[in-house]
Write a protein that binds this ligand. Structure first.
Ligand code: DC
Length: 233
């Protein structure tokens, strides 16, 4: 099985690392969070905010959300070795990063039926890729690909992750904003780690990589070196 699992908390550099590693190896890159985000976007746009009579649209139900994902459809499309999320044939790379989606995605990702659907799409993508895939998320090494030959679990302190997240958005950072972002990330980590299904945790055989003091190039180089050992030729 040619799969590298890259797991870790929000803004630990998973996606940037996974994408750069995939490029260096000539493999595909799949960001599983993008699929949860695309389903959340589709749900908000087509069902509403889930508050029933108190908000817009109807209440959320797993059946409704899954039917939507199938019918629209929500899917991943391989474009130059990157699996890109699409909703009803439209690329949603940017729309899925909005605050509106970020606020609600943990709720959608906590629904077991949604997780099963997303996992099936990931396994299909890996099966169909001619070379191999680097997949990043929260449960890739524990649930989606428990047999992946290489599993990396990235960590970084909440302050450093907040700094990276704000820098990524190109915003100038005041100490107050940094604190707020670090608190928001810690809250999302708690939600993702304490949920009953597929909580965020390292697989028993994952290699832990603390990136607090590493540059992106350094973390990519370490994972690529491990990949060359694990997948010779
Ligand atoms: O990595 P991200 O911030 O784009 O992930 C969005 C959300 O999806 C996050 O709250 C956790 C969830 N997620 C998950 O539960 N399992 C995954 N494999 C990937 C993401």
């Amino acid at each position: 099985m040619r799969v590298i699992a890259v797991d870790g908390p929000a803004a630990s550099g998973k996606s940037s690392t996974a994408q750069a590693v995939a490029r260096r190896l000539g493999w595909g890159h799949l960001d599983s969070g993008a699929l949860y985000r695309a389903i959340t976007l589709a749900t908000l746009d087509n069902i509403g905010d889930g508050a029933g009579g108190r908000g817009t649209g109807e209440e959320w139900s797993p059946q409704r959300i899954l039917a939507l994902a199938e019918d629209l459809p929500v899917r991943l499309v391989l474009v130059q070795d990157v699996f890109r999320p699409e909703v009803a044939g439209v690329g949603v790379d940017e729309a899925i990063r909005s605050e509106r989606v970020t606020r609600r995605v943990s709720e959608v990702a906590a629904i077991p039926e949604v997780r099963r659907w997303v996992n099936a799409r990931q396994r299909e993508a890996a099966r169909d890729h001619p070379v191999g895939v680097v997949v990043d998320g929260r449960d890739i090494g524990t649930v989606v690909f428990p047999d992946a030959p290489l599993k990396i679990f990235l960590t970084a302190g909440p302050e450093e992750r907040a700094r990276r997240r704000l820098a990524q958005r190109g915003e100038r950072t005041s100490p107050d904003e940094l604190r707020r972002e670090a608190d928001a990330l810690a809250a999302r980590d708690r939600a993702d780690s304490s949920r009953p299904v597929a909580p965020l945790k390292p697989a028993a055989d994952a290699l832990l990589l603390d990136t607090t003091a590493l540059s992106l190039d350094e973390q990519v180089a370490r994972v690529v070196a491990l990949a060359r050992e694990r997948f010779p030729g």
